[in-house]
Design a protein around this ligand. Structure first.
Ligand code: PGA
Length: 250
């Protein structure tokens, strides 16, 4: 099956709205001939200006997190409908920094997944093992646990726009990029799990991105692997030069 290529930037806690507008303005002309879909997950305050600036190009703007409740006494949190109103089209859920620093569990991420789908926000679900998991031979088990926990009570009609990002925790921000072979093996594992739960046709339709120290010089080799359909990029999405090079490397 022919799957789209989706290259997503995850800006984490970098860039103001003004910086986001300038970035998009500079990036747009450089990527206009790429056939990749280009996503940018920006800080909450940059969503509206970024979405307005992105209207004339091919970049889709999204968020990096949200709460599962529609509203309520949750100081400092943000709801799906607020993100949609600001112009977000997708939301990253279950990033390893949320899991590790903010103690997010698969059960909580699952609630957010259900809410995102209800509010028509495209979910970009992150999964990935730690170095200890890998060294102890638990990679498959960890990925399966995260997938089944985060996707519980969601059927395939809910998940038509699902994107999964395989991000081995040991590769994020470390310059220890997974080799294309290691990444491919994990992607295949995720796809097989999806096939077991939702059927082969569905599994073949899901975009599975790789994330973890993707740079202009390793992007093309990763994207050549049969089950790697895109990339989720942190550090290298922060400059127009490196992000555009990655987008144009396919
Ligand atoms: P990195 O981050 O590209 O800086 O390793 C990836 C991510 O956290 O999504």
């Amino acid at each position: 099956m022919h799957r789209p290529v989706v290259i997503a930037g995850n800006w984490k806690m970098y860039k103001t709205g003004e910086q986001a507008k300038n970035f998009i303005n500079e990036l747009n002309p450089l990527i206009k001939n790429s056939f990749a879909f280009v996503y940018l997950a920006v800080p909450f305050t940059a969503i509206k200006p970024a979405a307005e600036q992105a209207k004339s190009g091919k970049i889709t703007i999204g968020a990096q997190n949200m709460h599962d409740a529609t509203e309520g006494a949750f100081t400092g949190e943000i709801s799906a409908s607020m993100l949609v109103e600001a112009g977000a089209k997708f939301v990253i859920l279950g990033h390893s920094e949320r899991r590790k620093i903010f103690n997010e569990t698969d059960a909580f991420i699952n609630k957010k997944m259900i809410r995102a789908v209800k509010e028509q926000l495209q979910p970009l679900l992150c999964v990935g093992e730690t170095l200890a998991d890998r060294e102890q031979g638990r990679t498959a088990q960890v990925l399966e646990t995260q997938l089944s926990g985060c996707l519980q009570d969601l059927d395939k009609n809910d998940l038509k726009k699902l994107i999964i990002a395989y991000e081995p925790v040991w590769a994020i921000g470390t310059n220890q990029t997974a080799t294309p072979e290691i990444a491919q093996e994990a992607h295949l594992l995720c796809r097989k799990w999806l096939a077991g739960k939702y059927g082969e046709d569905f599994a073949q339709s899901v975009v599975i991105q790789y994330g973890g120290s993707v740079k202009p010089d390793n992007a093309a080799a990763l994207l050549k692997m049969p089950d790697i359909d895109g990339l989720l990029i942190g550090g290298a999405s922060l400059t127009v030069d490196s992000f555009s090079k990655i987008i144009n490397s396919i």
